[in-house]
Ligand binder design. Sequence first.
Ligand SMILES: Nc1ncnc2c1ncn2[C@@H]1O[C@H](COP(=O)(O)OP(=O)(O)OP(=O)(O)O)[C@@H](O)[C@H]1O
Length: 271
Amino acid sequence: MNAVDAKPVKLAVRSATKVYRTASGDLLALDRCNLEIGRNEIVSVVGPSGCGKTTLLWSMSGLHSLTQGEILLDGQALTGPHPDIGLVFQEANLLPWRDLDANIRFPFEIKGQTPDNEWIDHLLHRVGLGGFGGKYPRELSGGMQQRASIVRALSLKPSVLLMDEPFGALDSFTREEMNRLVEEIWLDTPTTIVFITHSIEEAIFLSDRVVVLSPRPGRVQAEYEVPFPRPRSLEIMATKEVFDLTNAIKREIVGSRKRAGETVREVQHAS
Ligand SMILES: Nc1ncnc2c1ncn2[C@@H]1O[C@H](COP(=O)(O)OP(=O)(O)OP(=O)(O)O)[C@@H](O)[C@H]1O
């Protein structure tokens, strides 16, 4: 059974079309793209470079307006940034002149809200940053900075977390650690997560479903259920089933790029 069939729809992308007006003409990034994400589902979006993954994610955040179509959050049209939606980017984007505590509390200052200190402390400990609140970003590794940015996003208690290649800049070991951390946090506090990645392995480890976008203009080309139980151990990730799924998704992406006559760029970790 499709995971979406079993869960109420949290986020719906309805015929999303995005045209960028550029100096050299109009660029169609998304073309009538449709997608539904169930409540507390983790969905990864993969696809060839430039196919519109970030455009789709930013549209889902309400930060980008669509040229046509709509995004529905709990059935309501999204018209701009929404407090229920948190974002994590590839760069941690911490303010270098503020320590970790002050960085995490920054969104609350902007919104004029009182932070839930207990919740923030819990999150900091959860990601292994307990006791690091007084450190400045330059004193933290890339992985620690990215953990801090996850805490910053979760501190606002969003019901949807949108993650745009959050671990793309990290070494593979730290990346695996971060994947496990996201899974642990999700098992603790289920949240709807949409995750963009170039790594099929990462997508399979994290997701209930992997969505493959077509070459630009982006549309959903294929969807794969990921049926493996959580937590997903290294043993599970080493099974033939995972290997076969990885290859099926890789073939889908490479095949679509060939059909589109595009240059094939390496798809990470798709062995
Ligand atoms: N602000 C913008 N103005 C004009 N064109 C843009 C803009 N943002 C993205 N594009 C173009 O839209 C297309 C889709 O870009 P997008 O970043 O959404 O793709 P992507 O799949 O996330 O790419 P990648 O895998 O390389 O990160 C690309 O051709 C990109 O150059």
